[in-house]
Design a protein around this ligand. Structure first.
Ligand SMILES: Cc1cc2nc3c(=O)[nH]c(=O)nc-3n(C[C@H](O)[C@H](O)[C@H](O)COP(=O)(O)OP(=O)(O)OC[C@H]3O[C@@H](n4cnc5c(N)ncnc54)[C@H](O)[C@@H]3O)c2cc1C
Length: 444
């Protein structure tokens, strides 16, 4: 098999920061991917570029997995699905929701690949019930640096499995995986919306609603004083056929952001005005909503990242342990509100602690609260992020690698599995064939 043809392209993650010229190889299937791995001295897999920063970029060789896609098997008796790693979650949802199946865990966009979901060990609004995506992976086939393809699972090559779930593509290239879908009766979500006037109130509400399978809060990151952390909490559960109307409502078509907004369009006044409106619009009550706007509200505007202008954006996502969350979040939010720099896409989520629900050595979640905010990629905001890092580290929290474009390597110390991860990786890839701009920046 000849290695795939290469071309050079300027690539970025979803944040469009940084942008790097990369040699791109686009294998048309697993055999061509294996040939490229054998041929290239240094490379990294690229799923659909929804990690925000430089995790999927390698200037020497970036292996675009889009064509290594397709469903290989599905067992309707168990929900067990086997597919190639480049398969897009959006395609699985389109094919399986009408048949009554839904992914066990989904991130906030459906434009991700299965390989990318495993490599970041993604979490969803149901982390407190279901853990991370990796917890539902029965096995995966991993192409190693030495040319072997190894089947890995929680009970087969377990250490490599643990280093691969959340390992950001640094153990090898995932070629295919099997995981278990969950049955659903309808495509509707029974949603309850609650307002919380401040941080303590929204955290109390998270603690009081553990039975809801899905929960997430939008948080106003610019309000201060008694209104610090005021939020709109959204709770959800898959609606049964008894609860949902027979005919699902028509779904809106996605719109596209066709140009970059000028940098000045997003400022503390526009964000403050948006936040005030959003808070008021979040009317308490219950409703039946389609699962697409519930899980993927941002997917309704394709290329919404252009709202942040040509300089791009970075997302700051941290998690703080439960006992440190109240004090730590208040300090973080106060600092962000004082800067006036926060965005309107600020999200708070409670992570759970179900044992075995987070299989990766570098998996991001821990029991506690995760806060995610988008910032325009400016010098001032990058300096602010460094200040936030100190607060996160002081509270024994950590940052999410899938969102990172700028953290200092010191922040990796907050990952207890880091040394074990390095040892496993060194054992299977001593020359460090699998490397990304992120892994080099962080010395991972
Ligand atoms: C709007 C939005 C909302 C999001 N919401 C969430 C959320 O709620 N929860 C959450 O956890 N994440 C969330 N994310 C992050 C996203 O789910 C992850 O970054 C995911 O990894 C992206 O998948 P991808 O296929 O685009 O991978 P890419 O971004 O292309 O790559 C991400 C990492 O996966 C590796 N990788 C990709 N394919 C393979 C493969 N076949 N083999 C080995 N490694 C591979 C890459 O090398 C890279 O390190 C969100 C992102 C966006 C843009």
């Amino acid at each position: 098999m000849r290695p795939a043809e290469a071309h050079t392209a300027r690539l970025s993650g979803w944040g469009r920061f940084p942008r790097l010229d990369c040699r791109v190889l686009s294998p048309d299937g697993p055999d061509a991917a294996l040939a490229a791995i054998a041929h290239e001295p240094s490379l990294i897999a690229f799923g659909n570029g929804r990690a925000y920063g430089d995790a999927a970029l390698n200037p020497e060789a970036t292996l675009a997995m889009a064509a290594c896609a397709g469903i290989e098997a599905f067992d309707p008796a168990t929900g067990r699905l086997t597919c190639r790693a480049g398969t897009m979650l959006a395609d699985l949802i389109a094919a399986f929701v009408p048949r009554g199946w839904f992914p066990p865990v989904t991130p906030g966009t459906r434009f991700v690949t299965v390989g990318g979901m495993i490599a970041a060990d993604v979490h969803g609004k149901n982390h407190h019930h279901a853990g991370t995506f990796g917890a539902h992976v029965a096995w995966l086939d991993l192409a190693l640096a030495d040319g072997r393809v190894l089947r890995c699972a929680a009970d087969e090559n377990a250490e490599i499995f643990g280093a691969t779930c959340g390992g950001m593509g640094l153990t090898g290239v995932i070629l295919r995986a099997a995981f278990t879908m969950i049955p659903i009766e309808t495509r509707m979500i029974r949603q309850e919306t609650r307002r919380a006037p401040g941080l303590a109130a929204v955290m109390d509400q998270f603690e009081a609603t553990p039975d809801w399978p899905y929960s997430v809060a939008w948080i106003d990151c610019l309000s201060r004083g008694a209104a610090l952390g005021r939020s709109v909490l959204s709770l959800g559960a898959h609606a049964t056929t008894a609860e949902a109307p027979a005919a699902p409502p028509a779904r809106a078509r996605a719109r596209r952001m066709r140009f970059d907004l000028p940098g000045f369009a997003l400022n503390r006044w526009s964000v403050r005005a948006f936040n005030a409106l959003y808070y008021r619009a979040g009317r308490p009550g219950t409703a039946l909503v389609d699962l697409e706007p519930f899980f993927y509200p941002l997917d309704a505007i394709l290329e919404w990242n252009r709202i942040y202008g040509r300089s791009g954006l970075f997302q700051y996502q941290c998690v703080l342990p439960l006992e440190a969350s109240r004090a730590g979040l208040a300090t973080l939010l106060d600092r962000i509100a004082a800067s006036g720099a926060g965005s309107f896409l600020s999200v708070l989520k409670r992570f759970g602690n179900a044992p075995g629900r987070c299989p990766g050595l570098l998996s991001f979640p821990m029991e506690g609260y995760t806060l995610a905010l988008d910032f325009r990629a400016t010098e001032a905001n990058l300096r602010l992020a460094t200040e936030l890092d100190a607060i996160v580290a002081d509270h024994a929290g950590r940052l999410y690698l899938a969102k990172d474009a700028r953290m200092h390597p010191n922040m990796l110390r907050c990952y207890p599995g880091l040394e074990r991860f390095r040892a496993v990786r060194h054992a299977i890839d001593p020359a460090g064939k699998f490397a990304s701009a992120q892994s080099r920046r962080l010395g991972l």
